[in-house]
Design a protein around this ligand. Structure first.
Ligand SMILES: *C/C=C(C)/C=C/C=C(C)/C=C/C1=C(C)CCCC1(C)C
Length: 257
């Protein structure tokens, strides 16, 4: 029943997205050598395919991990829809779709926090742990948006505030309650998955502040032309969102056997 509903949702999503893609032909063409444009298209299709994969595979894992699989699919699905729009902005204007980018992050990063929580819930994770992760994510992203879009002249200050939010998340998973829960867990698969997800949040996510520091007036300004920031963000998103979901998938499948 539930899996039939999900199949329907995946199907309607594909139909909706295919329907809107007629807008693509209006005047948007992808120039040869526009590698940023390439990554917007590849990112869109990869996120889309990953969502279908996670929704269908959800039926194969034990009940305990079904919500985790659903969340993996939601993360890539939300990203697929935003990539559809971002790809359009890039084609039509050649500018950075910063607003869509942050709208995407403010939805997907909290879902990634939920993924940590769901993984550790059988080990006794508290809801206050989830709220601390949410708090860190909101601080990180609101401050990042302020620096990137609202007050670019103060982007160093906003970047520092944003980094505090990221540090709250890193502290929680490396030293806080999340760490204690996973240490106490007797499920080897959960431990491995947690360590992998944690690595994404530390190393995989580091790509974003690096991109941010390339902004005019920021610490690494001018080292790479700033339009390439989208290239960095696009590759980072694909690795972090699809990779994150795959870690959960591998854990769930192994735990089901
Ligand atoms: C799927 C999207 C993800 C995982 C986005 C993650 C975004 C970040 C970790 C952004 C972090 C930032 C800082 C730590 C400081 C500078 C501003 C940001 C927002 C780029």
């Amino acid at each position: 029943m539930v899996s039939a509903t999900l199949r329907f949702a995946a199907l309607s999503l594909s139909v909706a997205l295919l329907g809107t893609s007629t807008a693509l032909a209006s005047d948007g063409t992808l120039a040869a050598g526009d590698y940023i444009g390439f990554t917007f298209f590849i990112g869109y299709m990869a996120m889309f395919a990953a969502s279908v994969f996670f929704f269908f595979e959800r039926g194969r894992v034990s009940d305990k991990w079904k919500t985790s699989m659903l969340v993996s699919g939601l993360i890539t699905m939300i990203a697929a829809v935003h990539y559809f729009y971002m790809r359009g902005v890039w084609l039509d204007t050649g500018t950075s779709p910063t607003q869509f980018r942050y709208i995407d992050w403010i939805l997907t990063v909290p879902l990634m926090c939920i993924e940590f929580y769901l993984l550790l819930r059988p080990a006794g994770a508290s809801s206050s742990m989830l709220w601390r992760l949410f708090g860190g994510a909101v601080l990180m992203l609101v401050a990042g948006y302020m620096g990137e879009a609202v007050q670019p002249a103060s982007n160093v200050m906003w970047g520092i505030i944003s980094t505090i939010g990221w540090a709250i998340i890193i502290y929680e998973i490396y030293m806080g309650e999340a760490r204690k829960r996973v240490d106490a867990s007797d499920n080897a698969g959960v431990k491995t998955a947690f360590v992998r997800l944690r690595w994404f949040a530390l190393a995989g996510w580091a790509i974003y502040p690096i991109g941010y520091m390339l902004l005019p007036g920021n610490l690494m300004a001018g080292m790479i032309p700033v339009s390439n920031m989208d290239l960095i963000y696009n590759i980072g998103d694909a690795v972090n969102k699809i990779g994150f979901g795959l870690v959960v998938y591998v854990m769930a499948i192994n735990d089901t056997k």
